[in-house]
Design a protein around this ligand. Structure first.
Ligand SMILES: Cc1ncc(COP(=O)(O)O)c(C=O)c1O
Length: 442
């Protein structure tokens, strides 16, 4: 599935999502427009809950807010019963402002400032995901000073290479994240925790990468984790019973993509837990996952209006859209691939896969030649005034968006059961100067 699960075509040949004709959404909210299908988000949350129910192992599903966060998304995640991974004071603020229960918040970040650590403690977040010795020390001392207890998990760098783009690999030996398993750094970290009597070590965490298709690396991660837990018990007499294997499950961006399902992931994870608990004589009582992309990615699309269609004879046909790298930086950042549809000609006899005969490059309106959302896609003939929908833009698009070239950020609209409403308002030109001050003070 590339488009959201509620997608269909109506008799006018328009794309319909969540019971809403996207051209009507365009009339109401303008373009570029992020459209989020609530049914798809709920479906993914449910799929995680259902597939990760095991009789002998408790599982906690934590949504990774960095994929997409706003007040409404936090509210939805809270209702779905998931935890929330935040990675900065800013994300923590959004979560708390939405009323998200603090005890279900997992506070990540590889370089938390002292202010952020204080903020997390004051807010009584459930868990600090401690990345490094400085954070451990700062947190330990602050807890002692304030006479408060805090649950923590240690982020471990397991030295595992995930099969994905190098910028999306986060568990390799040279990664900036976590305590390395090599040279006993992670073991030292566990030892150090015991110096701080107000810190309660509840488990270990790793996130080895994102948009992972070959999910066997999770089995390897679980093996490495359980082996380490055994080592910790043998060498330090410390018992660790919880592991957090991070997020990373890949999603479908193009017809060629063949991601594993949540069900496949659950099976691999459960089999590995059983096998390695036995092998290393270790007993876990809880496992956590932190999916981001696989919950929100396929729920989102971006609707653009086609402006200029430019033909460079014998070289390239450009479709120039009214957004671009300011609302989706991923193709430029790590060559991410996307797929698109002509939203106003979905049901046309000319819109079958066979009628996609012309090669186009879908480019944005920004002052960079690299501002290309899809470098080469076959479509039926496209004209100025048509509408392009780019699929799978729910994750890491709005959250990485910018005001480059003074482009106001696009609105985010939620759709469900024929209704639509704004989750995030479109910025105006005035918003662009909100924080600006004059050249001199007086
Ligand atoms: C610590 C952590 N957990 C979870 C995630 C979510 O990953 P994904 O969106 O690929 O599921 C990330 C993403 O970078 C992460 O850094």
């Amino acid at each position: 599935m590339i488009l959201p699960i509620t997608s269909e075509n109506n008799q006018n040949g328009h794309l319909v999502i969540g019971g809403n004709d996207v051209l009507k959404l365009r009339e109401k909210y303008g373009t570029p427009l992020y459209i989020l299908d609530i049914a798809t988000i709920k479906n993914k949350c449910q799929s995680y809950r259902n597939n990760f129910t095991f009789s002998d192992l408790d599982v906690g599903i934590i949504y990774a807010a960095k994929a997409f966060i706003c007040t409404a998304m936090c509210e939805l995640i809270a209702r779905e019963g998931l935890g929330l991974d935040v990675s900065t004071g800013g994300e923590l603020f959004i979560a708390l402002a939405s009323g998200f229960p603090a005890d279900r918040i997992y506070f990540h970040g590889n370089n938390k400032s002292v202010e952020e650590i204080r903020y997390g403690l004051k807010s009584k977040v459930g868990y600090f995901m401690v990345d490094n010795f400085l954070e451990l020390e700062t947190l330990g001392k602050l807890c002692e000073k304030n006479n408060t207890r805090q649950k923590i998990m240690l982020r471990i760098n397991p030295g595992i290479k995930a099969n994905t783009h190098e910028y999306l690999q986060t568990g390799e030996i040279d990664s900036k994240f976590g305590f390395s398993l090599s040279s006993n750094v992670a073991l030292e970290a566990v030892k150090k925790v015991s110096q701080y009597k107000n810190l309660e070590l509840t488990g270990i965490h790793a996130h080895i990468g994102s948009q992972i298709f070959n999910i066997l690396c999770y089995s390897r991660l679980i093996e490495v984790f359980i082996k380490f837990i055994r080592e910790v018990r043998d060498k330090l007499g410390v018992s660790i019973t919880r592991i957090n294997i991070g997020g990373g499950l890949g999603v479908k961006y193009t017809p060629e993509d063949k991601p594993s399902s949540i069900e496949d992931l659950a099976k691999i994870v459960y089999d590995a837990v059983r096998e390695y608990q036995k092998k290393f004589d270790v007993s876990l009582d809880k496992l956590y996952l932190e999916p981001g992309r696989s919950i929100i990615g396929n729920a989102g699309v971006t609707l653009y209006k086609v402006g200029v269609v430019k033909k460079i004879d014998g070289v390239k046909n450009y479709i120039l859209i009214d957004g671009g790298m300011s609302d989706n930086i991923r193709p430029m950042l790590y060559q991410a691939k996307y797929y698109a549809y002509l939203a106003n000609k979905m049901g046309d006899s000319k819109n079958t896969e066979d009628d996609r005969k012309i090669h186009y490059s879908i480019a944005g309106r920004h002052c960079e030649s690299g501002d290309v959302i899809i470098d080469d896609i076959k479509l039926q003939p496209v004209s100025s005034g048509d509408f392009i929908v780019v699929a799978t833009t729910g994750a890491y698009c709005y959250s990485m968006s910018s005001n480059y070239n003074g482009q106001p950020k696009s609105a985010v609209v939620a759709v469900e059961n024929g209704k639509s409403w704004v989750w995030i308002k479109r910025q105006t030109y005035k918003d662009l100067v909100m924080g600006d001050v004059k050249l001199y003070e007086n």
